[in-house]
Design a protein around this ligand. Sequence first.
Ligand SMILES: *Cc1c(COP(=O)(O)O)cnc(C)c1O
Length: 399
Amino acid sequence: MSKVEFYRHQLGKDETAAWLKTIETLFLTLGPEVAAFEKELGEYLVRDRENSTGPLTAPPYVIGTNSCSMGLILALKAVGLEAGDEVITTSMTFVSTVNAILHLGAKPVLVDVERGTGLIDPTAVLAAITPRTKGILPVHLYGQLADMRALRKIANAYSLFIVEDSAHGFEMERDSVRPGDLSDCAVFSFYATKNITSGDGGAITTRNQSVSERLRRLRNHGVSKAATDRKKSSYEHWDAVEIGYKANLTDLDASLLRIQLPKAEEKRQQRARLADRYRAMLTQEIPGIELNEKRGQSANHLFTIHSPPQNPLHPKIWGAKRDALLIALGIAEIGTAVNYRAVHTLSYLIDILKMPRGSLPNAEDIGDRTISLPMYPTLTDRDQERVIDSIVSAWPRLE
Ligand SMILES: *Cc1c(COP(=O)(O)O)cnc(C)c1O
């Protein structure tokens, strides 16, 4: 029996052909493919809204980046974050989220998550506001939107910015809200394991024109000119108007993403079907198993289960039962991942944040018990059944 991989990208012949076509053109980076992808992602985010009056119908500005990590740094800078400012965010995320704040010399203020979903808890956000708070950085964990309506109200009341870490998808919707609808910026990832991918890549959306112009400069060393301006007949000088980064998307990558975007909804539905199957089989085979609660339409980026609760006699071996299950699944040749151990329990953040165990009980509990199962459109029903069988046979030894 071959291994059930944790993840398989979905790039095939169409993507290869698009990539080869781009190689034969003049521009490999910051050219027409990047511009076209930016336009198409913007249109995707307002799809099926032409005739509605409530939600936003005009596409946002989109700025392609080389990663979500760099996109977060650019977005925080473009909305005015400065050294010493505080940003409220979640511990249930990839370190990238917190690092973006730290790289700008600002202070991440980590608050707890909702027990059922792992999403940032708006009540905890409200309680963490100080005179130095400048913004909120929610993470749409596993592909489910955080409670953006509640966060928007808080941001309005205290004049805070919101930058969304939307690395886990662009396909989600909750209470008619999509990523970027209620924030200053939303940032997306096209890393190798994300829903669409170019190996590495990202994008930022914003509805603020001056922020969008600043983002375009910041991704290219603060230079006030695009590569395609070279098309003009004679050379023209460019200026650098502020210090920026090298963080743009390339045309080769954009050409891969453009092919995947129209297939994204179909792939999301395929993942949703797999998630429903996981849910049905697990609740039947393991009565009482804790699964992540649903909120709105998920992008179904990851599917997680919680191992049985920690044995109170061994409180010092955090995550022991989960780790035992990871080992059992590894031996059964099932690929797994952990998304995430609460970031405030990681070494360098213990040093920086000084948040002891017990500071964020929900994030810590999820962080000690969560396992991500294989989830991608080409995962077969048989492989999925193998995943379930392996969990079911390991479970009695954990309890
Ligand atoms: C993947 C991921 C990132 C970083 O994305 P990159 O494109 O790899 O920089 C940030 N936040 C979350 C929640 C992620 O899952």
